[in-house]
Design a protein around this ligand. Structure first.
Ligand SMILES: C[S@@+](CC[C@H](N)C(=O)[O-])C[C@H]1O[C@@H](n2cnc3c(N)ncnc32)[C@H](O)[C@@H]1O
Length: 238
């Protein structure tokens, strides 16, 4: 059985119905971009990432947990093809509608996820995933990262951003983050954040970094923000 194709386990995790906010709801999907703009500068985030990854017109990339496709659509302007993967059909429908409205043709949507998407194109140059891997428990994060590694060409790049907790002052960091998000974005964002902490699977930096290493990635750069968010720029090891 290949690293990528181990979907036949008797105890396979059902990733198609993730915990937390219901991203299968059309209402949630249509509100997603405006909601996230209350606490993220999405275009700037994506421009910084595209430049940091040095995306090239010949490259094929994938975005796992692509959501409404803000990154996929921006990246498609700089590379040959973006495979946009998400377990939410509503997210992909919305992405396809935006791609049509913006005249973007180099994005292919796939209804699947970290544990179920099978990559049938040539090996990927780059994989990106932002704010999505926390939907899987740690055991399944490891399987997901092994699968992503198998989809990349040798030397291919993985960028992973998510809620990841630094060990020091963990509870103070989380309390500070909740206060800041409430002040900046409102009480509904605060409530969603609390629900995320109780029902989803955000993990510690030492675990995430171990999972990345054991899946065959070298972490070239790690950026930790306020002890609650992390960005990892990684390379697939030989
Ligand atoms: C918080 S949104 C992030 C969207 C986008 N990447 C961003 O940064 O704004 C999480 C997305 O991950 C998707 N998702 C959840 N579990 C997944 C899985 N196992 N595989 C792929 N996508 C998943 C959800 O449907 C949702 O669209």
């Amino acid at each position: 059985m290949s690293k990528q194709d181990d979907r036949t386990l008797a105890y396979q995790y059902d990733e198609m119905i993730p915990p937390g906010k219901d991203f299968r709801s059309r209402e949630v999907v249509e509100a997603y971009d405006a909601y996230h703009r209350r606490f993220r500068d999405i275009e700037q985030e994506n421009a910084t990432l595209i430049s940091a990854l040095g995306l090239q017109p010949t490259q094929t990339i994938a975005d796992f947990g692509c959501g409404t496709g803000a990154f996929a659509l921006q990246a498609a302007r700089c590379c040959a093809r973006v495979h946009a993967v998400d377990v939410s059909r509503a997210m992909l429908d919305y992405l396809e509608w935006k791609a049509g409205a913006e005249g973007v043709t180099r994005v292919t949507c796939h209804h699947g996820g970290f544990l179920t998407y099978v990559h049938e194109d040539s090996p990927l140059d780059v994989i990106v995933s932002s704010m999505a891997l926390h939907h899987l428990p740690d055991f399944w994060k490891q399987k997901a990262l092994l699968r992503l590694n198998a989809m990349l060409r040798p030397g291919g790049k993985l960028f992973l951003a998510d809620v990841v907790f630094s060990e020091n002052n963990c509870e103070e960091n989380i309390a500070g983050w909740i206060r800041e998000m409430k002040a900046r974005a409102g009480a509904d964002v605060e409530a969603d954040l609390k629900s995320h902490l109780c029902t989803e699977f955000s993990t510690f930096a030492w675990i995430m970094e171990g999972l990345l290493a054991r899946a065959g990635f070298r972490i070239d750069k790690a950026e930790h923000t306020k002890g609650v968010l992390a960005k990892y720029y990684c390379t697939k090891m030989a």
